[in-house]
Design a protein. Structure first.
Length: 72
C-alpha cells in the first residue's frame, strides 16, 4: 500500500511511514477496509494522529510495534 502524499509530508520517520503504509497494520482489524486513502482511512489516520506524532518525534528510527485505534 502507498502512503498518501499528505502523510508522507507530515511525518519525517521513514520507519513510521512504512508502518502506516503496511496493509497488515489495518487489515487485521475485523471489518476494516485497509485502504488509508479513502474517507474511512482518513478518519482512522485522524484518530491515530497523536500516536503517530509522538512516535515521529521520540522514536524516529524504530524499532517498535503499535496497534492503531479503530473506533467503529
Amino acid at each position: 500500500m502507498t502512503l498518501p502524499p499528505r502523510y508522507g509530508r507530515k511525518y519525517k520517520s521513514s520507519y513510521l511511514k512504512a508502518k502506516i503504509a503496511d496493509e497488515n497494520m489495518w487489515s487485521r482489524i475485523p471489518c476494516v477496509n485497509p485502504d488509508i486513502s479513502g474517507l474511512d482511512g482518513a478518519r482512522r489516520m485522524k484518530e491515530n494522529e497523536l500516536l503517530f506524532e509522538f512516535i515521529d518525534q521520540y522514536f524516529p528510527d524504530g524499532s517498535y510495534a503499535f496497534e492503531p485505534v479503530n473506533e467503529q
